[in-house]
Design a protein around this ligand. Structure first.
Ligand code: CMP
Length: 219
């Protein structure tokens, strides 16, 4: 792989996966990482494929999703800048567990399997950061199982909005574009049902849609 040069070092310092890693080590990683741009809709990783690389999202967003033979889709997660993916297959040697599809144009860093393994061996911080993220994903999955088993669609929509919301300028907002179809695929409901619930939440004053952005009312 070509490496991403000195600009790459500055970039790697901002990636949570590499937090705690010293500059000489980061330089080594920048030297082996490749830079890739993909357009919206590109399947970056395909479920069932053999695993060869780790990916880090520099900008843009990507959906982690799976589908059945009838084309019904479930969104397992939506990844944003700084997130990594493709680690599962590299850790246990299994084929890719899901599709990862660019939700908009994205820039990525790509690290080969051999370089990733070397990086893990030489940098305990990276191994620890991966473990922390895997634990976070397990917690997220536990919460999702709980809401699927115990909540109705109304509760699942409300919980999802709360889970993905962030505080910006004192307002609790949904930071990235999230369509009703996305929400439906994330909580296992129909788009129509999600529309109905969203309308209800808006009518009751729990959410408002301000210039296309969903704002949660915390009163
Ligand atoms: P891998 O199985 O190699 O390829 C698909 C990738 O999707 C997987 O590695 C993870 O990086 C990512 N992935 C799978 N499930 C989830 C999830 N529930 N949340 C976030 N990312 C996931």
């Amino acid at each position: 792989m070509g490496g991403v040069g000195s600009k790459g070092l500055v970039l790697l310092r901002t990636i949570p996966l590499f937090s705690g890693v010293c500059d000489p080590e980061l330089e080594q990683i920048a030297g082996v990482a490749a830079h890739r741009k993909v357009s919206r809709g590109t399947v970056i990783v395909r479920s069932g494929d053999p695993t060869d690389s780790l990916y880090i999202l520099i900008n843009g967003s990507a959906r982690v999703m799976n589908s059945d033979e009838e084309g019904r889709e479930v969104i397992l997660s939506i990844l944003g800048p700084g997130d990594f993916f493709g680690e599962m297959g590299l850790i246990d040697g299994s084929p890719r567990s899901a599709d990862v599809v660019a939700a908009e144009s994205c820039e990525l860093l790509v690290i080969s399997k051999a370089d990733f393994k070397r990086c893990l061996q030489e940098n305990f911080e990276v191994a620890l950061n991966i473990m922390k993220r895997l634990v976070e994903r397990l917690r997220e999955a536990d919460r999702k199982i709980e809401s699927l088993a115990l909540m109705d669609v109304y509760g699942r929509v409300a919980k999802l909005l709360l889970d993905v919301s962030e505080i910006h300028d004192g307002r609790r907002i949904i930071p990235r574009r999230l369509t009703k179809q996305d929400i439906a695929k994330m909580i296992g409901a129909s788009r129509e049902m999600v529309s109905r619930v969203m309308k209800d939440l808006e009518g009751s004053g729990y959410i408002l849609v301000d210039d296309g952005q969903i704002v949660l009312n915390e009163q």
